[in-house]
Design a protein. Structure first.
Length: 387
């Protein structure tokens, strides 16, 4: 029974480790795309009013709005935005084709306020950048912008520009998972090995999101959206590896031409969405062995938890054995067996448990060898020698 309990506890710890490892991580790229309600009818005058207070200059990619007197941010934008656009266009195999407006905001709280003034919805304060394809607007945060293009805001900058390239015609419909997957593919390329292993484990237990659930929006919960982002990127990686990058470009071009997603998918890769989801699941699961999946799920709690349980189990067994020995020795001592009394004393000394009533320690003095060590006397006390 104890073994069964031990196995159940270890299994619970492993499942908890999976939850901590998969659900608590940040999404590969924290970003917010086009606001929920359509704002195609927003007039240019209203957009200019929303950007009042920002100094305007010009980039090769289009207008640049930035806080006045901050030449460092303007210089950063001139260096990074055009080069990021070039890399994204080369990766996606399509050109943006028209200018877009870049806005560099000063703080994390300024970004959601500006999006709201432009007619958009709620934006979390942790967002590093926002793309609004219907307005041809890109917004990035200045407090993280100077860190450069590698990691952090660099990945976000490429990610948001990729949204503007993929949806260069805002009237065309691109499923959300494909839009986000292509943006991550253009900015990051592929998942890190540990993230891929975790996603493979989810694929093996049939835990991936159905594509229909990711067609219009992603889960609102931060943890669930992490898996949605990873799954979207990995589907694009599957299309690239199995069907080739030209098929991805052809799929986006067909959607831009007004074809439905199912028709465009059948024409470019020869699958419908259900078959695509199942073939992707099999592909994702087969790429990583169970051993790598388990190693990816293991964390410190997975290791320390079973060790602590094993130590507690061993201590409990040892304690029960010692108590049985003490009980047997006491019973034998009550019957007058001196050997059993000695065994009771030894067992009590091992456990630190006194047996019988409190009896003061008795010491004897040997003139030749000096004072003898103090010894505990246990019930029944030994008889004193008679003179």
């Amino acid at each position: 029974m104890l073994c069964a309990v031990f196995r159940s506890v270890v299994l619970t710890l492993c499942v908890s480790a999976v939850a901590v490892s998969v659900w608590s991580r940040e999404p590969p790229n924290v970003c917010v795309d086009y606001p929920r309600q359509p704002i195609e009818d927003l007039r240019a005058r209203e957009r200019e009013e929303a950007l009042a207070g920002y100094a305007r200059s010009q980039l090769p990619t289009g207008p640049l709005y930035c806080a006045e007197g901050n030449d460092a941010r303007v210089e950063w934008a001139h260096e990074q935005v055009p080069s990021a656009l070039e890399r994204v266009e080369a990766r996606l195999g399509r050109r943006r084709g028209r200018p877009f407006t870049t806005v560099v905001v000063g703080t994390a709280f300024e970004l959601p306020r500006l999006v709201k003034r432009l007619g958009g919805g709620e934006v979390p304060s942790f967002a590093l950048g926002v793309a609004i394809p219907s307005l041809d607007v890109l917004i990035v945060r200045a407090d993280v912008a100077p860190r450069g293009l590698r990691g952090g805001i660099g990945a976000t900058l490429a990610h948001e520009i990729a949204h503007l390239v993929v949806r260069r015609d805002p009237r065309s419909f691109v499923p959300r998972w494909l839009d986000e997957g292509l943006a991550m593919w253009a900015s990051e390329g592929s998942l890190p090995p540990e993230d891929e292993a975790e996603l493979a484990g989810i694929a093996r237990v049939h835990g991936l999101y159905p594509l229909a659930e990711l067609e219009r929006s992603f889960p609102l919960r931060h943890a669930a959206s992490t898996v949605a982002y990873r799954q979207s990127l990995h589907i694009v990686r599957y299309l690239e590896e199995v069907h080739g990058a030209p098929a991805i470009v052809a799929l986006v071009d067909a959607l831009e031409a007004g074809e439905s997603f199912e028709a465009a998918l059948a024409a470019t890769v020869g699958l419908d969405s259900r078959a695509l989801a199942e073939e992707f699941r099999i592909w994702a699961a087969a790429r990583v062995s169970w051993v790598r999946v388990l190693f990816a799920w293991v964390n410190s709690w997975t290791i320390l938890g079973p060790l602590a349980l094993a130590a507690a189990f061993r201590h409990a067994r040892k304690r029960r054995r010692q108590m049985r020995e003490l009980a047997a020795a006491e019973a034998a001592a009550d019957a007058g067996d001196p050997a059993a009394s000695a065994a009771s004393a030894a067992s009590a000394a091992d456990t630190g448990t006194a047996v019988g009533p409190d009896v003061p320690a008795v010491s004897a003095t040997d003139d030749a060898s000096g004072p003898a060590p103090v010894k505990l006397a246990f019930f029944p006390p030994p008889a004193r020698p008679t003179r």
